[in-house]
Write a protein that binds this ligand. Sequence first.
Ligand code: NFA
Length: 101
Amino acid sequence: MSDIDTKPQAVERTKTKQPPLYKVILLNDDYTPREFVVVVLKAVFRMTEDQSYAVMMTAHQRGACVVATYTRDIAESKASEANDMARGAGHPLEFSTEPEE
Ligand code: NFA
């Protein structure tokens, strides 16, 4: 028998951890027209007319609605893009982001 230690000294592990996700939240207000909210949801979040209408109505009735979840960068840039569209059209419509539980 040789005295050389041939057992593996370390096991390599591939990193497969997923990045944390962030929610984009649509907030209700009393002034932005419903149809404009639907237009923004379709344009920025690639939702269908029916999906956009359902999300808009949920925010309208409950005060807020989760639109979608993304990695932090994507969530923040989509919320900014949507807020810029609203500001450009003179509406107070607001989207925020927060980390998923
Ligand atoms: N509450 C707005 C209205 O009655 C519509 C709206 C829905 C605004 C969802 C913002 C978010 N015109």
